[in-house]
Design a protein around this ligand. Sequence first.
Ligand SMILES: [Zn+2]
Length: 274
Amino acid sequence: MQVSRRRSLARRAITTALTFGIAGCAFQPHVEPLQIPTVPAQAFSGTPSASEAATPPPTADVSSPAEPGFDPDDPEAWIAAIEERWPNVDVVVCDALEFAEGCVPWTAAETELLYGTLGEHILSDYLDGPIRFVRDDGEEWHGLMVPGWSDGRPSSEIRIDDSAWHTPPALGLLDTFDVLFRRSAHFQGTLAHELTHAAVWFHPDLLGRWIDAQDATGGDLEMGDWRLGFWYNWGVYEEYEDDPALYDELVEGELFAITIAAVMYDPWLNQGAD
Ligand SMILES: [Zn+2]
């Protein structure tokens, strides 16, 4: 009883977050994103530009993993490195000085994986709004992207819980037994998934381009496809079925996030099968 009540509460929390996000898009279709691309995209780029490579980062506090003295076993060292390389990113330490509701501290391994995923994300050029990462003490959602606003710009809070370690990025039929394993690729896939939601929240036109791209290639994905999203809990969107346009947008957004995460971290897709 207690558990199911907690589940339905959490479900309401995510659907509220989603409604909030989509309402923002619906009221200002394709107006906001036109202004955002003027922000330099290099800040989030995965490959350092020539000038970045030539200029070593500031050495004030050993905040780059490439520097001697960097302690890879210290999560706060990784957090400092992340926040230095991506000034739009805030990783909540979860101590007496910096905390968020329901947070727990990150492990060094988790912050190292976060550093890696931010560096190699396919949509890194679009991750140019404020992003706050919270390591959550729950186990409900693997990952959750809560859209918001900050100084008139879309912002994003990404919450990651322990089950992220057990969630295969593609959620396909081939991944059925992968949930038994605690893997870095699962954790990074969850990060990549939620970052994709953030990219769409910052740049809603991305979703239209994804739908157009699918139409062009004839590779239209559907809910319940055995390769991607087969195990995704599509029931969370059931209550939106009365609004077909909104429902389609939610489903497409989810398929997009699952696909990007799978392209980056799924072992089956990366074997080039198909
Ligand atoms: Zn999602």
